[in-house]
Design a binder for this molecule. Structure first.
Ligand code: CTP
Ligand code: CA
Length: 224
């Protein structure tokens, strides 16, 4: 029994994870999206499942698949769909991790028919999407809530503001300052910042290793 607890420290825990990009429709054949591969979120899902957790992985469009039967994959397309899926499961989870690159804006009006190239210049009016992570923070009860932050200036200060604004327990700050970090790259340079503003810079490492560090942080929280 003790042996099982040390091998599967997240046994009995439910973990909600968001991953991938979102696609925001312009018309029936076009969308606004981003280059997120979804790998970070899928790696976190695998690591959580390996440590015994039951995982709900809400993912935007990606080519990735899950192998572990402890991971329930919920595929969504838009930020609105991701928001709805997250709120469907959030009440029953112990941990939520927002690794998705959610579009901040979407077309205000979606054309019913394919837009014809009639105009010389063409403008799309955008409106804000819902902030999924902030909405989870606002109704947080027992959940240990983890967000990501991508910043290019005043990184630490901006990340701290996100902790407070979204009521997070931990934020994973992604740096673009090092070559080899970010979208489409196998490695990430991250800094962990806790809600008490403890700062832990990590080495440049693979996304699998970053996922392990994040899951270890959760295990530490439950063992403290
Ligand atoms: N996030 C979310 N829903 C959104 C936008 C962001 O859940 N509509 C989450 C991301 O998954 C990430 C965190 O919020 O965990 C921070 O995302 P980021 O883009 O760094 O920050 P924003 O709050 O969107 O602010 P900005 O892009 O202006 O820096
Ligand atoms: Ca954003």
């Amino acid at each position: 029994e003790d042996d099982l607890a040390s091998k599967l420290p997240l046994r009995g825990k439910k973990v909600l994870i968001t991953a991938g990009p979102t696609y925001e429709a312009i018309d029936p054949v076009r969308f606004i999206g981003n280059h997120s591969s979804g790998k970070m979120g899928f790696d976190i899902a695998n690591e959580a499942a390996n440590k015994g957790a039951e995982v709900i992985l809400v993912s935007g469009p990606t080519h990735l698949n899950v192998k572990n039967s402890s991971i329930q994959l919920v595929r969504v397309t838009s930020a609105e769909e991701m928001y709805n899926a997250c709120h469907k499961y959030y009440d029953n989870v112990d941990v939520a991790i927002a690794a998705a690159a959610v579009a901040d804006y979407r077309p205000k009006n979606v054309a019913n028919q394919k837009i014809k190239k009639n105009e010389v210049t063409f403008t799309i009016e955008l409106e804000k999407t819902k902030d999924i992570l902030a909405s989870l923070g606002a109704i947080k009860k027992k959940q240990f809530l983890i967000g990501f932050a991508l910043e290019t200036e005043n990184e630490i200060e901006h990340a701290k503001q996100k902790i407070q604004k979204k009521n997070l327990d931990l934020i994973v700050l992604n740096s673009l300052n090092d070559k080899g970090a970010g979208f489409g790259q196998p490695t990430n340079k991250v800094t962990f910042i806790s809600k008490d503003f403890t700062i832990e810079p990590k080495e440049l490492k693979s996304k699998e290793e970053v996922a392990q560090d994040i899951i270890n942080k959760i295990i530490q929280f439950y063992n403290a």
